[in-house]
Every structure is written in structure tokens, then in C-alpha cells.
Design a protein around this ligand. Structure first.
Ligand SMILES: CC(=O)N[C@H]1[C@@H](OP(=O)(O)OP(=O)(O)OC[C@H]2O[C@@H](n3ccc(=O)[nH]c3=O)[C@H](O)[C@@H]2O)O[C@H](CO)[C@@H](O)[C@@H]1O
Ligand SMILES: C=C(OP(=O)(O)O)C(=O)O
Length: 508
């Protein structure tokens, strides 16, 4: 392994030297060493210090080893018992919705404590390609967003846009800004087909017509069309509700949205829109009544709430490692069914009184977990739109069920292709049986043992595997972790502060 790596660096150096048109002798002179030393280096027979590598790089005007390039991987040494306290960060899903919604406002938007994650980074790249000025203000991750007088839509960063599904939420704001525009197809996790048509039918009453060809949505807006009756969403989806809300926010008149999602990111978006001056009734219910404005131009400051899915991830870390940790700023409002289910399985924990998040609405608590003996629940676990068990929290129950005594059935009716990734837990010793694309049967308890696994192309299952690795005996390697960074800020480093032993490394 080690000689292989020296050989690869040797080849890189030989190629860079030839590219510069130098002989081994000439390079040796530049480095004040001998031709035979250069020969040994290029053959991979010589140990190289980092300093020597840097000098060779400087002499050849070539960065031989680009630190920071290539996918990141994690090496986990377990089993771990965690201790201490960790704070939940603000949510990815509110973060991306608010970034899109900032396009409605001609004034400056300041968002407080935004999760500094790759999903946000991709959207920031897209926004800046359109001419929006964005700036991280401080260590707390406060983010300032200042739109240009006119968006440069022709210049959109397609590569960044295609890596996230959230770009679909540009439709709602953009239909007010341009009569025709193109957007790249939305990407994101590979969870099977995800619907786009509900977005189109929600926005059609605002005059939007979209043709999808050649990897692009071609949008045309007929300004003469406006909603004449309530918009009934065919699916109670989160981003589709957000798109309808954003379209209604710049529609001067009252729009009623029925079968709206009342989930956490939708509520954060409503609170932000209210700060922009939009009137919204029914927040937290499935009927939203929105009275929009002709023009929005205010300097606004908003603090999105904490991420229930990150909180669930941290609860899972504690449960699978049988640890007592304190998780602060848990948005209990969006975790009530999850906690009730865990309690039925025998999970012991204590919680503080409720307090209010910085958005002025979301109920938070601090939770201290206790090492618990779990048993499988009597009934299947399945997600439902809020206030049901959150679909993004379902995968965590695979690792939890694996440490519980008995059989647990998980039913993911929502995604066509997410449950299958949970069978990767079998590589660590779990017994997860895929009954069909939507259902897995998990049999516990599990004697976890370390293994090497490549991250599945889905954020939550990838994190579930990482958390199970914390409980696994020996060394595990989790490869290509971009998908985790898409939704979590410094997860490995923060788990290490609780006593985990996770090393980040890259291929050279
Ligand atoms: C940026 C963001 O906020 N992403 C969240 C949002 O994505 P998003 O709002 O994009 O979710 P989708 O629209 O892809 O919906 C997820 C899947 O559920 C199906 N579906 C949804 C609602 C419904 O009433 N009936 C139905 O069948 C859809 O057809 C789709 O296959 O919601 C998902 C489902 O909660 C979450 O996993 C995502 O984390
Ligand atoms: C599926 C998810 O998100 P997205 O909508 O960003 O793909 C998720 O957060 O688990």
C-alpha cells in the first residue's frame, strides 16, 4: 500500500518534470540534490518529506499532490461510548428554502446561524452565478444575501444547480422576475424518481408553463393568468408547498393553498415571509391563506430553527452506542412521534422544560439520553406528513431497530429507492431484509463489527451507516462522504468532541 503510494507520487513528479522539459540532472541541481536521488524518488523508492514534496512542487511549478482534492472518506474506530453535550444546528431544509426565498426580496436578507453544508454551498454558487452577493459574516455562520438589480439568468452555474434538488424552488420566485427563463433539471440524492409535476400544477395558476427538454426546464410566464380559486396541492410535499408560498408572496391578492405541508421548513419560510411583509394565516395547518405584495424591498433579519433530522441523528448516535449525552436545542415540536415511538421501544431519556427557538415559534428542549435496552415495537414504523413521523427520520430507525430485541418492520411508502440502502448495515453485522422496495424487516439485537462501505448516494442512509460504525468493534471505513456533507456540518468532528474516534482522510 505504502510503496504503491510512493510510486504514484514518483510518477506524478516524473510527468511534471518532463512537462517542464527538464532532465533528472537539471531537477537535481534546482533542488541541490543528486540525479540518483531524483531517480529513486521517481521510481517510488525514496521516502519523501512534506517539505521535499513542496520544494519539488515549487521547482516544477506544479502542485504535485493537491491536498484537498478528491473525495473524503472516514475511518471509524469503535466501539465508542459517547459523553458530553452537543447542540443541534439549524436545518438544511429551511436553509435552502430561505436562500431561494431571498430572491423575492430586493433588500438585504441576513440569515442567522445557517448550516454551513454542501447543499447550502451549491445554492450559494448558483446564486452568485446569477449576480447575487452572498457573504458569511462571522464564525456563527450568519449569512448576508444582497440581490442585484437584475438577475443574470443566462449565466447560471449549471454544474452546481444539477447537484441539488432545491433549485426547483427557484421557480416560485423567478416567475415574478422574468417572463421566460431556463433552469437545469434538479438533482440531489438518488432516491428513485421524485415528482416535479405537483410543482408545475401548483404554479400553473400563476401563469407558469414549463417545458422540459435537453436537461432544462424552459419556463414561460403569462402575466394575465392569476389564481382564481384555491390552489389544491395534489401532494402534501414540502418544497411544492414552498414554491406555491413563494409564488403567492409576490402576488398582490389573496391566495389560498390547500393540502399544504405544515412541516418545519415550511413554517420557517412562512415566518420569514411574514417578516418581508407578506400576510399568512394558517401556519402549522394544511390551509394557508397568503396575501402577497407587488414588490418586496426590505432589509430583513431571520433566524431559522433547529434541524429535527440532525436531532434524530444525534439521538440515534446515543442509542446505538448506549451512551448518555445531552443534546441541546432539540426541536421537540417536530420529533414528538419519533420520541413517542422510541419510548414505546424502551428508550429512557430526560428533557428540560420547553423554550422557544430564535424564530420566535418552534418549541425546543434539551434531551439527556440514558443507555437503554430496547425491544422491537409491536407495529410497523411508517412516516406520514407532519405531524406524523418524518420521512427523513425513518432510516434512523433501521439502526435503532437493529439494537432492539425482536423484529421491526419499516415501511417507506414515500421513496421508490431509499430503503434498499439500509441493507448496507448487514456489512456491519445487522440483519436487515428487504421485503420489497418499500419495506425492510430488521432483526435485533446486533453484534456490530467494523467493515468498509462506500456511502450510498443518499444522505440519511449514509449517516445511519456512519452511526452504526460508531458502535462497531474494530476499524470501519466509510468512503466518499460528500453525500453526508450535503446535509451535516462537521458531523465527524462534532461526534469526536463527544468521544468518537473518526478520522477524515482523502485519496492522494
Ligand atoms: C429540501 C427539502 O425540503 N427536502 C425535503 C422535501 O423534499 P421534496 O419536497 O422535494 O420532496 P418530494 O417532492 O421529492 O417528495 C418526496 C416523495 O414523496 C412523495 N410524496 C410526497 C408528498 C405526498 O403527499 N405524497 C407523496 O407521494 C413524492 O411523490 C416524492 O416521491 O420533502 C421530502 C419528503 O418529506 C424530504 O425527504 C426532503 O428532505
Ligand atoms: C432527501 C433529503 O433531502 P433533499 O430533498 O435535499 O434530497 C434529505 O434531507 O434526506
Amino acid at each position: 500500500m505504502e510503496t504503491d503510494y510512493k510510486g504514484r507520487i514518483g510518477n506524478l513528479i516524473r510527468d511534471a518534470r518532463k512537462h517542464r522539459g527538464l532532465t533528472q540532472h537539471q531537477l537535481a541541481e534546482l533542488l541541490a540534490t543528486s540525479q540518483s536521488a531524483i531517480n529513486r524518488i521517481e521510481k517510488g523508492h525514496q521516502n519523501l518529506s512534506l517539505e521535499m514534496l513542496a520544494r519539488i512542487g515549487a521547482a516544477l511549478d506544479s502542485e504535485i499532490v493537491a491536498l484537498g482534492a478528491g473525495p473524503t472518506h472516514l475511518r471509524v474506530n469503535g466501539p465508542t461510548t459517547l459523553s458530553g453535550s452537543i447542540e443541534v444546528k439549524t436545518s438544511k431544509n429551511a436553509g435552502v428554502a430561505l436562500l431561494c426565498a431571498s430572491l423575492l426580496n430586493r433588500g438585504r436578507t441576513t440569515l442567522r446561524k445557517v448550516a454551513r453544508i454542501e447543499e447550502v454551498n451549491r445554492l450559494l454558487e448558483v446564486l452568485s452565478s446569477l449576480g447575487v452577493q452572498t457573504r458569511w459574516l462571522n464564525e456563527q455562520n450568519d449569512l448576508e444575501i444582497i440581490p442585484p438589480a437584475e438577475l443574470d439568468l443566462a449565466n447560471i452555474d449549471e454544474a452546481a444547480a444539477r447537484r441539488t434538488r432545491s433549485v426547483i424552488m427557484f421557480l416560485g420566485p423567478l416567475l415574478h422576475l422574468n417572463e421566460s427563463f431556463d433552469l437545469p433539471y434538479a438533482g440531489g440524492c438518488n432516491l428513485g424518481t421524485r415528482t416535479v409535476e405537483p410543482h408545475m400544477s401548483a404554479l400553473r395558476p400563476f401563469g407558469l408553463d414549463v417545458k422540459a427538454t435537453d436537461g432544462m426546464y424552459h419556463a414561460q410566464v403569462n402575466r394575465a393568468v392569476e389564481p382564481e380559486r384555491p390552489i389544491v396541492l395534489t401532494e402534501r410535499g414540502d418544497t411544492v408547498t414552498e414554491n406555491a408560498l413563494m409564488a403567492a408572496a409576490l402576488h398582490p391578492g389573496t391566495t389560498v393553498i390547500r393540502n399544504a405541508s405544515s412541516n418545519y421548513m415550511v413554517q420557517d419560510l412562512c415566518f420569514y415571509l411574514r417578516k418581508l411583509g407578506v400576510t399568512i394565516e394558517g401556519v402549522g395547518s394544511t390551509t394557508l391563506r397568503v396575501t402577497g405584495l407587488e414588490r418586496i424591498d426590505v432589509d430583513v433579519d431571520y433566524s431559522p430553527s433547529e434541524d429535527p433530522i440532525e436531532a434524530m441523528s444525534l439521538l440515534t448516535a446515543a442509542i446505538v452506542t448506549r451512551s448518555s449525552i445531552t443534546i441541546t436545542r432539540v426541536p421537540i415540536e417536530f420529533l414528538e412521534i419519533e420520541l413517542a415511538t422510541l419510548e414505546e421501544m424502551g428508550f429512557g431519556y430526560s428533557r428540560t422544560d420547553e423554550y422557544v427557538a430564535a424564530n420566535g415559534a418552534t418549541r425546543l428542549v434539551d434531551i439527556t439520553t440514558h443507555a437503554s435496552d430496547l425491544t422491537a415495537p409491536l407495529d410497523k414504523i411508517h412516516p406520514m406528513p407532519f405531524p406524523g413521523l418524518n420521512i427523513d427520520n425513518l432510516p434512523f430507525f433501521a439502526a435503532i431497530a437493529a439494537v432492539a430485541d425482536g423484529q421491526t418492520l419499516l415501511h417507506d411508502w414515500v421513496y421508490e429507492n431509499r430503503a434498499i440502502y439500509l441493507t448496507e448495515l448487514n456489512k456491519l453485522g445487522a440483519q436487515v431484509k428487504l421485503l420489497d422496495p418499500h419495506r425492510v424487516l430488521v432483526e435485533g439485537p446486533t453484534h456490530w463489527s467494523g467493515a468498509e462501505i462506500v456511502c450510498p448516494p443518499a444522505l440519511r442512509p449514509a449517516v445511519v451507516i456512519l452511526l452504526a460504525m460508531l458502535a462497531s468493534k474494530g476499524t470501519s471505513v466509510l468512503r466518499s462522504t460528500y453525500v453526508i456533507h450535503r446535509g451535516y456540518e462537521d458531523l465527524a468532528e462534532r461526534l469526536n468532541l463527544l468521544g468518537a474516534n473518526i478520522e477524515t482522510f482523502r485519496d492522494i
